[in-house]
Write a protein of this length. Structure first.
Length: 329
């Protein structure tokens, strides 16, 4: 199919459209199943967003980066992850804030935002020394990923115990909410993940084929088309979650995906084969940290991300896009 994508622009456009449909429907099913499981287990939606949903929607980044590492096209791995994380933070959360106010819970400010900044800072530190993510660096990132997952599991267990102690009125209210049967939840989650993976592959493959026809560089493709393409599941899933008033999933999904992308995706890629880091990659990571700190500070002060802030976040992302296009052309 790769040769046909390169040879036929109409076929590439068709596969691109099919990919978008799969992403949208897959994300819809995935959020539906995840929300139902969260309600069944008395687990807050933010925990589901930071773990299951974040991992599921990060599968395209994982596939791209691991494939690039195996094929020794390692520059694509780090540009894909960095570009995806900036897109998740500014475009995904910003779009959600435009659609509906995103209330930022205290534990998101104290735990989730700091973890995303720690992940980006760790990546910058490891990348700065040696100008690569080598096998030792990859193992360090994987150890940090295990620590992150352990914290999420601990938080989920505490939330579940707290949920079991709810008042009768609260339990009745939860039971009245729309909850799918367990088998449907599993079907929705598995089917959603499958659609997201296939849809992400279709979008990335067709978009890259179209971009290469216009003579764009691999670095620019990694930061823009591949990064946005592999982050479309996060965008679509978070928009669907916001429309369903599951804003905790929308915010947790974006932040969890950022942590997952750095610790797990680059950890695996670096362990397989050293990932080269160029100076522009370092600047992109610094921009990611700066954006994260700004949004974290604003969320800490206002406790809510509303439409004006969402518009500003999207505009800042568009400005970043313009910067990297000018820089790398």
């Amino acid at each position: 199919m790769a040769q046909l994508l390169n040879d036929s622009i109409p076929f590439a456009l068709l596969i691109l459209a099919v990919g978008f449909v799969l992403l949208i429907k897959g994300a819809d099913f995935f959020v539906e199943g995840s929300s139902s499981i969260a309600k069944k287990l008395r687990i807050p939606s933010i925990i589901i967003g930071m773990t299951i949903v974040a991992m599921g929607t990060s599968l395209p980044e994982t596939a791209v980066s691991i494939t690039a590492s195996i094929a020794n096209s390692n520059s694509l791995a780090i540009s894909n992850v960095t570009g995806s994380n900036i897109f998740n933070l500014m475009a995904v959360i910003g779009t959600c804030a435009i659609l509906t106010p995103v209330v930022v819970q205290p534990y998101v400010i104290k735990r989730d935002f700091p973890w995303s900044i720690v992940a980006a800072t760790a990546l910058l530190a490891l990348s700065f020394f040696g100008n690569e993510i080598n096998r030792i660096d990859g193992i360090i990132l994987l150890v940090l990923f295990v620590a992150f997952i352990a914290l999420m599991i601990s938080s989920a267990q505490k939330a579940r115990k707290a949920g079991l102690a709810e008042t009768n009125e609260a339990i009745l209210a939860a039971e009245e909410a729309k909850i799918l049967p367990l088998y449907k939840c599993l079907i929705f989650i598995v089917g959603g993940v499958a659609a997201i993976i296939i849809g992400g592959d279709f979008v990335v493959d067709s978009a890259c084929a179209l971009a290469l026809r216009f003579g764009l560089s691999e670095t620019l493709i990694g930061l823009t088309i591949v990064a946005i393409g592999t982050s479309l599941p996060e965008l679509v899933t978070s928009i669907v979650a916001a429309k369903k008033n599951e804003v905790d999933i929308a915010l947790g999904n974006a932040l969890g995906s950022n942590v997952f992308n750095i610790f797990f995706v680059l950890g695996i890629a670096g362990t397989i084969s050293p990932v080269n880091v160029i100076q522009n990659n370092l600047w992109d990571i610094i921009i990611l940290i700066a954006f994260s700190a700004i949004i974290w500070l604003f969320a800490s002060i206002r406790k809510e991300l509303k439409r004006p802030v969402g518009i500003l976040m999207v505009l800042l992302y568009l400005a970043y896009m313009a910067y990297i296009v000018i820089r790398d052309m």
